[in-house]
Design a protein around this ligand. Sequence first.
Ligand SMILES: Cc1ncc(COP(=O)(O)O)c(C=O)c1O
Length: 384
Amino acid sequence: MGRLDKLPPYLFAEIDAARDRAAAQGVDVVDLGVGDPDQPTPKALVDLAAAAVRLPEHHRYPPGRGDARLRRAIAGFLRRRHGVDADPESEILVLVGSKEGIAHLPLALVAEGDNVLVPDVGYPVYTEASILAGAEPRLFPLSVDRAFLPDPRVLGRLADARTRLLWLNYPNNPTGAEAGAGLYAPLAELAEARGFVLANDAAYLEVSLDGHRPVSLLEAVDHRRQRVIEFHSFSKMFNMTGWRLGFAVGNSGVVGQLARVKQSIDSGAFAALQEVAAAALAIGAADRLLVDVMKPYAQRRRAIAAALAKAGLAVFPTQATFYVWARVPAGETSLGFCGRVLRDLGVVLTPGVGFGPGGEGWFRISLTAPDDRIAVAARRLEDL
Ligand SMILES: Cc1ncc(COP(=O)(O)O)c(C=O)c1O
């Protein structure tokens, strides 16, 4: 069996097809499925990019680990916003979107037959990339009784001598759950004791309500002593999903291993865009931009949560991410429920099982649709 044959079916393609069929039949579909911000990239950044594209120096191959100004800007941003001290030379690596680094990390760490600990529920790339690298993904449960945080004892039992990597994702997609030092510190110790890498996918670290600050793994764990790495993204921070920029930060050994893999695969992100990203992170700019980018989500969350409450559906409370994670009505499956909502109400939701078997009984709403479309969806969902 080839590695591609081992990949799980891609549920999201089926959901897109069902959405397109409904739209073709004339249904006014509100798509709250995929987490892709509806707002454009802030105008100041687009203007900078337009000028940066014209500079011939940007038309050549970008520098290996990323533009030095951008890596310094990332270090400054992490220090100011999260109190994290990272060396731009050896502990920061620019990525072609965080997904690129997340997908390549197993290639750096595993041999055929090794295993990777992957959260259920979770972003499908952790499982897929483990399989593509020849490793076995081992699912560990995230459940509502533990606020969607893993039980370190369960992880201790699941890990064995062939475990190379443990994936976390906080703030979490799809649940919105957040972690702090109380989880990160014991898991970093477990990873250290058993000799595997602890990775946190922090693509949503800056996506939060009303100035709330979720905690970085590197605020809680000393990356100079422990083999930890964290993945960050410009995509959701600055409405830049199409630009493809992210970065990894952490232990210099692990960052170096990932850089080595990337050397054989890509030649870095377009230098003009790296210059824009550096400007976005400059002192003062980042905090102002983030306030503007995050502003719409608070009111959208309230509108959707109120509609679901009227419909009698329980929502997992959170101040992070732009997702609402809620229970399907008693007696329905997540796939059946989301199919019914698309057919009867013309609203696209994501069934919890799209994130793993542990998502049964739940569904996800993305708040990345314009305010008026969120209002339409909220009115329809009240009548569930
Ligand atoms: C949990 C999580 N991690 C990583 C990514 C990838 O983001 P990007 O590659 O755009 O930085 C996403 C995108 O939706 C995500 O949901």
